[in-house]
Design a binder for this molecule. Structure first.
Ligand SMILES: Nc1nc2c(ncn2[C@@H]2O[C@H](COP(=O)(O)OP(=O)(O)OP(=O)(O)O)[C@@H](O)[C@H]2O)c(=O)[nH]1
Ligand SMILES: [Mg+2]
Length: 495
């Protein structure tokens, strides 16, 4: 390569010797017209391209070589240093056997890598950009992404954040941050990078190419959790449909980006063999799945009709994911329901009978939790599951009262409910996990919002909750229902 005094254009080496814990097998040796040694651009190229070494040889006033400045990468260490600058000396005195030296550096890099592989969980780095959001909202979103990653069984080893008014159209983050990101990925030896934003197909491709790693966004992470959790046939079909709808516009002609895209976590994406880079087949599969879902939908409405004949009122538990919905069902009905401190522990709807005093009985249902910006592909795919909510006479809207983000959670749940056309169903706000906050706080929340404070785990407040529900369900005339529904959302509190 020949450059000028301003720089050298590096060629694109593609994926030559790309991979974790490996160096490129190239040394860049060039001259510098001055005594300053390596500059920032040199160090950047060294790390971005993962060169074996970057070497600058000084040229003195007579055109003769002066000192050689050598820099190479370092294995992860406690000082957080990524580049080793060698002592500058004339080229003739560079007597180390470079081949041996670089060989042992690579060995060390792959050793640290293998040590990280013990324990099967995948390691991820999170990237969050403020993109004009308020600090508080940004932090909540970041914490939520972390929790999603944990729920997906990924261990988060590093987080990179950037404060910028909007995301970069090509790389989400700015050029400087991108460089920092490449270096941090290299050093922490992560398997994948998770972005808090929803990425465009082009952004995913650009980032995956630059980082030489799997890149996924928040939507894909959520889809992945659903894919891991789905156990019923219907659930599995719904998830696969959502995944395919998500992947379809992202299918590119290039094999490498396809395999990275289709990967998901632990390769639980729709899978390369199934897709075979063939949009037509994906479309066909989507049509087939849609048909099956329609069938489920019919079966469900048949079941609903039979249930309605028995004329039992229906109470549906709704709420943000991990708010304690299944726990509430469990405690109220004294039955078993799957409870876990992970997001989206419940995917399928389950119904139980619940007895009220005076031989009154209702059906109470628990279903999938909601989340802020629930991917629209998922909402569409889970139509059959969500349809169950349409027959509810009353929602028990469960909220984690101990979460700082509770208000936003309420808004997110209401927005999904209105998306599926159910904003008119009466609801009781159930402030759960009140054992985690003070009694005064709990009371204030309940009073301010016209809700009920409970602890589903301890069973506190459930008597009052049932009395409130009873009153609303068996109100003598419908007007109360209507009045209640109308009064629903006035600045998030009920008048
Ligand atoms: N401290 C406390 N923890 C609770 C309470 N209710 C539920 N939890 C915990 O919150 C976590 C989530 O509970 P789940 O009942 O699985 O929540 P969910 O709303 O069904 O969650 P998804 O199905 O994942 O959407 C579990 O670890 C529960 O033990 C409560 O009243 N107090
Ligand atoms: Mg649940």
């Amino acid at each position: 390569m020949v450059g000028d005094q301003h720089g050298i254009e590096m060629p694109d080496w593609g994926r030559i010797r790309a991979g974790r814990g490996r160096l490129r097998g190239f040394r860049c040796i060039h001259t510098h017209l001055g005594p300053d040694g390596l500059d920032q651009d040199d160090v950047t190229d060294l790390t971005l391209l993962r060169l074996d070494a970057m070497i600058a040889v000084e040229v003195d006033d007579h055109g003769l070589p002066g000192n050689a400045h050598v820099a190479s990468l370092m294995p992860p260490n406690d000082h957080g240093k990524s580049v080793l600058n060698w002592e500058a000396k004339p080229p003739s005195r560079l007597t180390e056997n470079f081949r041996d030296w670089i060989g042992s550096l690579e060995e060390e890099l792959s050793r640290t890598d293998q040590a990280q592989e013990v324990g099967a969980t995948e390691r991820a780095l999170l990237v969050c950009v403020t993109a004009g959001r308020k600090r508080e909202e940004f932090e909540a979103s970041q914490a939520e992404l972390r929790e999603l990653a944990y729920s997906a069984g990924v261990s988060v080893v590093d987080t990179v954040t950037q404060n910028r008014p909007r995301v970069d159209p090509r790389f989400v983050v700015g050029p400087g941050k991108l460089q920092d990101l490449v270096i941090r990925c290299f050093h922490s030896g992560v398997d994948l990078v998770i972005f808090d934003d929803n990425l465009t197909p082009a952004q995913v491709r650009n980032l995956a190419e630059r980082l030489e790693l799997r890149v996924i966004d928040r939507t894909q992470l959520i889809l992945d959790i659903f894919a891991q959790r789905a156990s019923s046939k219907e659930g599995k079909i719904q998830v696969e449909l959502a995944q395919l709808r998500y992947v379809l516009p992202r299918l590119s002609q290039s094999d490498t980006s396809l395999s990275r895209l289709a990967g998901g976590i632990g390769g639980r994406g729709p899978g390369e063999t199934k897709l075979e880079n063939d949009r037509r087949r994906v479309r066909e599969r989507i049509t087939r799945l849609e048909k099956e879902i329609k069938k489920f939908s019919r079966e469900r409405s048949g079941r609903r009709a039979r249930r309605q004949k028995r004329n039992l009122p229906i109470l549906s538990i709704v709420g943000y994911t991990n708010a304690g919905k299944s726990t509430l069902l469990r405690t109220l009905t004294k039955t078993d329901a799957h409870v876990e401190d992970k997001m989206f522990a419940t995917l399928d709807t389950s119904s139980r009978r619940l007895r009220f005093p005076r031989e009154r009985e209702v059906i109470i249902t628990d279903t999938v939790g909601f989340i802020r910006n629930l991917p629209s592909d998922l909402v569409a795919a889970f139509k059959a599951t969500l349809e169950e909510l349409s027959e509810a006479n009353l929602f028990l809207h469960v909220i984690d009262a101990s979460s700082e983000d509770a208000e936003r959670h309420i808004r997110a749940v209401r927005s999904v409910l209105s998306e599926i056309g159910l904003s008119k169903t009466p609801e009781i706000l159930v402030w759960n996990k009140c054992d985690r906050i003070s009694e005064q706080e709990a009371k204030a929340l309940a009073d301010r919002t016209g809700g009920t404070a409970v602890s589903a785990i301890l069973g506190d407040g459930l008597g009052e909750l049932l009395r409130n529900a009873e009153e609303l369900i068996w109100a003598e005339d419908e007007t109360i229902h209507r009045r209640f529904a109308n009064a629903q959302v006035v600045n998030g509190s009920r008048k």
